[in-house]
Design a protein around this ligand. Structure first.
Ligand code: AMP
Length: 563
């Protein structure tokens, strides 16, 4: 299949906003692909080249892209930078500049989907010294063969900002429509989603749907070393509220750390975050203790790893765990300085048997039967099962006294439900409601702060369009060291600069407290946070997990100011 066919679809998707129409266009496209093309086509339609658990990125920033464009088009870097300032989208710049280029390319190739995908993966695999130059050559080589419109989307894909917002739900529905049309829609989408929850790759799911149908999807089982979508909790305002829904609950401490999905096969162990990133290398201490003390040939279990002060047995500040995730060198030393304890709370797979459908109460028993607790290193999550509100309140206070974050209330009858759905887990924390927001822009500081980006433009997510809508600006809450690191990180993400303001790719999530939410025409969301303060940098969360515009409105209304 020619890359141009995909580009035509991108163009159509950019113009329409009806979900149904988008689904149909994508389904038609997917039906046309052969088996080699299909998985690659599906990923590229999402703007993806690598999957989160592969731990790879294309690693190309705007600067390098400008050089590659210069090389491919014959225009100077300065000219391209100027266009970039005006247009704010290097994709559009590429389209424009490639339509104007004077160089003639001999033996110009027609790009195919498979060729483009393979080249992009290759670009992402260049590492170490000289890799930037290799990337530059490969990108400009690819662009030279591209038509202007193709160049637009190649550039956007390489920079990781396709901007057409094909949400996962649309890919799911279009696969169901393309390959499972003879089944009722609900049934078809359910099993596409199931397979995606387990495999994490719509490309692979597409191939199964196409060749093996719904039974093939139903037969999908977890693969050890491949993370599955985690079950998440819903915020509850009170214990009482949860008891009204479920008579009896399992209540656990909500530990303040990093969620780890642990895979074990013989002596091999893999650790994944809830964003499905592989962090095995960063936690050799956890690997060691798990290897020795989980009595199973093969299993997938889950728990929270939190930084423990060995003298008191209480948690160290949450930010310490971030240091462990970010560290690339001297990992063993850091593991000693910031030890972690893993408290396990669930099991999804044991020795060939999938446990998702078993009720939590039963999963917990199975978990208990395979864990060998080790002091200060590996424990089961502290837990009670009761219907007594007094007992639950006491348990909650005990969690807080031990400096943990709060409690999780869980329906003992619930299966393991992927994602954030009602009826499974509820979380209760005492802190004032905070919002997880995405940084979409920033301003350079003044005076002593002029070397830093010191004020950050915050945004909520609009799940319907995949866009981020601004709702406030904050420059408080970070330490000097954090300002410096944040500046470094944001500089890599800049997509547009206007005077002192920069706009960045929506990548970094921060937890923000505030005094009040007000209606305001100043921000895209229509609301503004008063006195927002950054409480934490949530490196464990992806922009897709940021709070939504609906949540912001809900919180606004709960202030008693609806209307
Ligand atoms: P939140 O990050 O506010 O959405 O809260 C959900 C997170 O709490 C999970 O993803 C886990 O990282 C964490 N957590 C801590 N203790 C538990 C527990 N006992 N059960 C489930 N999740 C827990």
């Amino acid at each position: 299949m020619l890359y141009k066919e995909l580009v035509d679809v991108y163009e159509k998707l950019e113009k329409i906003s009806s979900k149904l129409a988008e689904t149909e266009i994508l389904a038609d496209l997917f039906k046309k692909a052969d088996d080699e093309t299909l998985p690659k086509l599906v990923l590229l339609s999402q703007g993806k080249v690598f999957l989160p658990f592969e731990g790879k990125e294309l690693g190309v920033a705007a600067k390098l892209m400008i050089r590659a464009l210069a090389k491919a088009s014959g225009a100077s870097s300065q000219t391209i930078e100027k266009y970039f300032k005006d247009m704010g989208d290097l994709g559009k710049v590429a389209e424009y500049i490639m339509s104007k280029r004077k160089q003639i390319v001999f033996l110009k190739k027609k790009l195919t989907v498979v060729y483009v995908y393979n080249r992009l993966r290759e670009i992402g695999s260049y590492e170490g010294s000289g890799s930037q130059e290799k990337k530059l050559l490969a990108i400009s080589g690819l662009l030279m063969h591209a038509e202007p419109k193709e160049a637009k989307y190649l550039v956007r894909t390489i920079l990781g900002e396709l901007r057409i917002g094909v949400a996962e739900g649309i890919i799911r529905d279009s696969l169901a429509l393309a390959f499972l049309k003879k089944h009722p829609k609900e049934e078809a989408t359910k099993w596409v989603e199931y397979a995606w929850n387990i495999l994490g790759d719509f490309g692979e799911v597409a191939l199964i749907a196409k060749n093996k149908g719904i039974d093939g999807l139903k037969a999908v089982r977890p693969i050890i070393s491949r993370p599955i979508q985690p079950m998440l909790g819903i915020k509850a305002n009170s214990i009482d509220e949860v008891l009204k829904r479920h008579k009896v609950v399992i209540c656990e401490f909500k530990y303040d750390g990093l969620r780890l999905q642990v895979h074990k096969k013989g002596d091999n162990v893999w650790l994944f975050t809830r964003r499905l990133e592989n962090v095995t290398k960063q936690f050799p201490d956890v690997v060691e203790v798990v290897k020795e003390n989980l009595k199973a040939d093969e299993c997938i279990v889950e728990g929270e790893a939190w930084p423990i002060d060995l003298k008191t047995g209480k948690p160290m500040p949450f930010q310490k765990i971030s240091q462990r995730i970010q560290r690339k060198y001297g990992i063993e030393k850091m593991a000693k300085e910031i030890p972690v304890q893993l408290n396990l709370f669930d099991i999804m797979y044991l020795n060939g048997e999938t446990l998702f459908d078993k009720p939590l109460r039963e999963r917990r028993k199975i978990l208990e039967s395979i864990v060998n607790p080790v002091e200060h290193k590996l424990q089961l999550a502290e837990r009670i099962e009761t219907s007594d509100i007094k007992v639950l309140e006491e348990f909650y206070h005990k969690a807080l006294e031990l400096n943990q974050e709060g409690i999780m209330l869980k329906n003992p009858e619930a299966p393991y439900i992927f994602g954030r759905k009602v009826g499974g887990w509820y979380k209760i924390k005492p802190t004032m409601e905070t919002l997880d927001l995405v940084i979409v822009g920033a301003e350079w500081g003044e005076g002593a702060r002029s070397k830093w980006l010191s004020s950050f433009l915050l945004a909520v997510r609009d799940p319907d369009t995949g866009k981020f809508l601004t709702c406030g600006m904050s420059g408080t809450g970070l330490t000097e060291e954090q300002f410096e690191k944040m500046t470094e990180a944001l500089k890599e993400l800049i997509i547009e600069e206007k005077g002192k303001t920069v706009y960045v790719k929506p990548k970094i999530v921060v937890e923000v407290s505030y005094q009040e939410i007000q209606k305001s025409p100043k921000y895209e969301s229509g609301y503004a946070l008063r006195f927002p303060r950054i409480e934490r940098i949530r490196i464990d969360k992806s922009p897709e997990e940021a709070d939504t515009i609906e949540r912001l409105i809900e919180l606004y209304k709960s202030q008693g100011k609806a209307g």
